[in-house]
Design a protein around this ligand. Structure first.
Ligand code: SF4
Length: 358
């Protein structure tokens, strides 16, 4: 079959979570089995197979106690010098009820996912591998999607129907993004929460859309927020909490959340394969650099916060961002789950002050 013809994360900031809060075992619409994801995958296929997609990153970070999940993985033998997201995903998957399988993105996500898949498999969790072709080869991606659909039992016509259903929700997310950078009516944290959740639509696109509709009505009625500095946030979603709040306190607005926005799949495409080829996150860094550069110009961004995760291979991207992007960049690093530390607060304050003076 072919689709080519007819395409954290983090509610622990000081703001009250306002999206459906996910426990370690999310609610299952119609009692459907849960299919976990190590990162964003063609979610249309999972939904067309009458299963609930679960982004394990989102469930981990929105769980009542993410730090306990990390500790659990370490107690079980995960090394101290391994990314905390991987440990959180492991413990989340192990604790989840109704988890039928995990789709592991072994090419295009994270250098640690292969090892994670092996240990989850060893613990009895069914692993379905998925690869984004590094050369963005359309035929190879189509083959991967066909294989995924066959494995889950999704009919191609249903996948296309689900895509068009999700397109209408994604269009509303793009509207929310515009309300953030163009109309200044949505905060950086609100933007982050909605966009990051679109990797799995909180397992339930209908409820997700209803909540999004309510939020858009409320946001459109607001007066524009005033800020002296406009920032972009690039890199993986933060494991530390309070960044957005603290920047707001300093008078800085985050008007671009790079990876989170990619999960909402802009720009949209009629062809499902094209859509997942335009998704910048799983491919080379230069597509991301291009996307960031365009957003910086369009959104009149004064500086970038590059968030890096301790022990993550993506830290090396900082070199290329600094070489290729012509604006001030502050690189910060998070390790375990927890609040923003004082040293990072001071660095953020100095960065915003310098940009404000300029
Ligand atoms: S932060 Fe880096 S190391 Fe950790 S899961 Fe994400 S890509 Fe992998």
């Amino acid at each position: 079959m072919s689709f080519t013809l007819p395409h954290q994360y983090n509610s622990h900031d000081s703001q009250e979570p306002y999206l459906a809060h996910q426990e370690t075992s999310p609610a299952r619409p119609l009692g459907r089995p849960l299919v976990g994801m190590s990162t964003s995958v063609p979610v249309e296929v999972i939904l067309a197979a009458h299963r609930c997609p679960v982004d394990l990153n989102n469930v981990f970070i929105n769980s009542p106690n993410p730090r306990a999940l990390i500790n659990e993985a370490e107690a079980m033998g995960f090394p101290r010098n391994m990314c905390a997201w991987i440990k959180g995903i492991y413990a989340t998957a192990m604790a989840m009820e109704g988890l039928e399988a995990v789709i592991s993105v072994i090419q295009g996500d994270c250098s640690n996912v292969l090892g994670l898949s092996e240990i989850l498999g060893e613990r009895g969790i069914r692993i379905i591998p998925f690869e984004y072709p590094p050369d963005r080869d359309k035929a190879r991606l189509a083959w991967q999607m066909d294989k995924l659909a066959e494995t889950l039992g999704a009919a191609p016509t249903d996948v296309i129907k689900v895509k068009s259903r999700l397109d209408s929700i994604r269009a509303k997310l793009i509207r929310l993004d515009e309300l953030t950078w163009r109309e200044n009516k949505v905060t950086g944290f609100e933007n982050h929460m909605h966009l990051v959740s679109s990797s799995d639509f909180n397992c339930d696109p209908d409820t997700f859309e209803a909540e999004l509709d309510d939020f858009l009505v409320q946001a459109m009625a607001r007066e524009p927020l005033a800020h002296r500095v406009r920032l972009g946030y690039v890199g993986v979603p933060p494991i530390i909490t309070g960044i957005y709040d603290y920047l707001e306190e300093l008078g800085a607005a985050v008007v671009f959340n790079e990876v989170q926005r990619q999960f909402a799949m802009p720009p949209q495409s009629h062809d499902i394969i094209e859509q997942y080829l335009k998704f910048t996150y799983p491919y080379d860094l230069f597509g991301r650099v291009h996307d960031i550069g365009r957003a910086v110009a369009q959104r009149q961004i004064h500086g970038l916060i590059h968030y890096t995760q301790s022990f993550c291979y993506r830290q090396v991207h900082d070199i290329i961002f600094r070489e290729r992007l012509d604006l001030p960049i502050l690189t910060i690093e998070g390790d375990k789950f927890g609040p923003l530390d004082n040293r990072t607060k001071m660095r953020l304050e100095a960065f915003v002050d310098v940009l404000g003076d300029q």
